[in-house]
Design a binder for this molecule. Structure first.
Ligand code: HEC
Ligand code: HEC
Length: 295
C-alpha cells in the first residue's frame, strides 16, 4: 500500500485542482466522464419526451394529459374489455343452458366453478364464510345436509329467490319455526321434556328417562308436522333434520332452549335483482361442487 501511494502521488500532482484544500487534501478539477454527460443529456431528452407523451405535470385545473391519451383507468378498462371478450363465448353458452347442463359440460364446468367462486367471495362469504363452512344461523354449504335441497335446481332456486326474503314473492317461506315458549304454546316443563327427546335423537348414548318419553309425545303432537317422525326433517318446509350432529343454531341445551323459546326464521336475501341469471347459475354450479351437491 505504502509503495503505491508513493507511485501515484507525483502523477496526481499534475492534475489541475480547484484550489480547495482541506487538511492537505486537494480537490481535483477533472472533467465529468464523457459517457456520464451523454447519459445525463439522454435522460433529459427522455424526460421531456415522456412529459409530452404521458400524463405528467400538475396544472392549475388538473394535469397535463399527454399526447398518448394513456391513463390507468383506460388501461384497466382495456384489460377488462379483453377479459370480457375472452369470456364472451362461455357466457353466451351459459345464458342458453341450465345449471345442470353447465355442470355436465367438461369445458364450461371449470369456468363456471372458478367464476362462481369469485362471485361467492363477493356476494356470499359475509354470511356463509370465506370457506363456505357457515356459522351459527348460516348454513354450512360444504356438507350434505340441506334445509331446502342440494340439487343444482334447488340451489339455483334458493339463490335466486332467497329464504324469507321480503322483496321476492317466490322466496322460500313456509313459515318460521314457531316460538313455542314466548307464544305460550308449550309450558316450561313441556319444553324441557321435548328438548330431552330432541337431544336423544342425535345422541343415542343418552340414558332413557321419563322426560324423554314425555318429550316423544310432545314432539309427535307439536313438532312432527314439520320435522317429521323421528326428527328426520322436511325440505318442503325447510325444517332441518334433528336426528344428527349437524346443527344450524346448535344442539346444546342452552341453544335448544333459545330455539324452543323464541322460534327461528333465518333470512337469506334473494339475488334475482342483484345478480344476472348467468352469475346465479355459476354460483349454483360452484356451491353444488363444494361436496354436498346432490343429483
Ligand atoms: C345476509 C346473509 C346471507 C347472504 C349474503 C347469503 N346467504 Fe345464503 N343463507 C343465509 C341464511 C341465513 C340461510 C339459511 C336460512 C334459513 O335458516 O332457512 C341461507 C341459506 C342458503 C342456502 C340453502 C342451504 C340449504 O341447506 O338448503 C344456500 C344454497 C345459500 N344460502 C347460498 C348462498 C349463496 C350462493 C349466496 C351468495 C350469492 C348466499 N347464500 C348469500 C344467509 C345469507
Ligand atoms: C311450522 C313448522 C315447524 C314446527 C311445528 C316446528 N318446527 Fe322446528 N324448525 C322449523 C323450521 C322451518 C326451522 C328452521 C328455521 C331456520 O332455518 O331458521 C326449525 C328449526 C328447529 C330447530 C333448530 C335446529 C338446528 O339445526 O339448530 C330445532 C331444535 C327445532 N326446530 C325443534 C323443534 C321442536 C322441538 C318442535 C316442536 C316443539 C318444532 N321444532 C316445531 C319448523 C318447525
Amino acid at each position: 500500500m505504502a509503495k503505491e501511494t508513493k507511485k501515484t502521488a507525483p502523477k496526481a500532482n499534475k492534475v489541475e485542482t480547484t484550489g480547495h484544500v482541506w487538511d492537505g487534501i486537494e480537490e481535483y478539477n477533472n472533467p465529468l466522464p464523457r459517457w456520464w454527460v451523454w447519459v445525463f443529456l439522454a435522460c433529459i431528452v427522455f424526460a421531456i419526451g415522456y412529459c409530452v407523451y404521458y400524463p405528467s405535470w400538475p396544472t392549475a385545473n388538473g394535469f397535463l394529459r399527454g399526447t398518448a391519451g394513456w391513463s390507468q383507468y383506460k388501461q384497466l378498462a382495456d384489460r377488462q374489455a379483453e377479459a370480457d371478450a375472452a369470456k364472451a363465448p362461455f357466457e353466451a353458452k351459459i345464458a342458453q343452458m341450465t345449471p345442470a347442463q353447465i355442470a355436465a359440460d367438461p369445458e364450461l364446468r371449470p369456468y363456471a366453478v372458478a367464476s362462481g367462486k369469485a362471485a361467492f367471495a363477493i356476494n356470499c362469504s359475509q354470511c356463509h364464510g370465506a370457506g363456505s363452512a357457515g356459522a351459527k344461523g348460516y348454513p354450512n354449504l360444504l356438507d350434505d345436509e340441506w334445509l331446502y335441497g342440494g340439487t343444482l335446481d334447488d340451489i339455483y332456486t334458493t339463490i335466486t329467490h332467497g329464504i324469507r326474503s321480503k322483496d321476492d314473492d317466490e322466496t322460500r317461506d313456509m313459515g318460521p319455526m314457531p316460538a313455542f315458549g314466548r307464544d305460550e304454546m308449550l309450558t316450561k316443563e313441556e319444553i324441557f321434556n321435548v328438548i330431552a327427546y330432541v337431544r336423544s335423537l342425535s345422541n343415542k348414548a343418552l340414558p332413557g328417562s321419563s322426560a324423554i318419553d314425555e318429550g316423544k309425545t310432545i314432539f309427535a303432537d307439536n313438532c312432527a308436522s314439520c320435522h317429521n317422525d323421528g326428527g328426520i326433517g322436511n325440505r318442503e318446509l325447510g325444517a332441518p333434520p334433528l336426528n344428527n350432529a349437524i346443527w344450524l343454531y346448535g344442539g346444546d341445551g342452552k341453544t335448544l332452549a333459545e330455539t324452543l323459546h323464541g322460534g327461528r326464521g333465518g333470512v337469506m336475501p334473494a339475488f334475482s335483482k342483484r345478480l344476472d341469471a348467468g352469475t346465479i347459475k355459476k354460483l349454483a354450479v360452484y356451491v353444488h361442487s363444494l361436496g354436498g351437491g346432490e343429483e
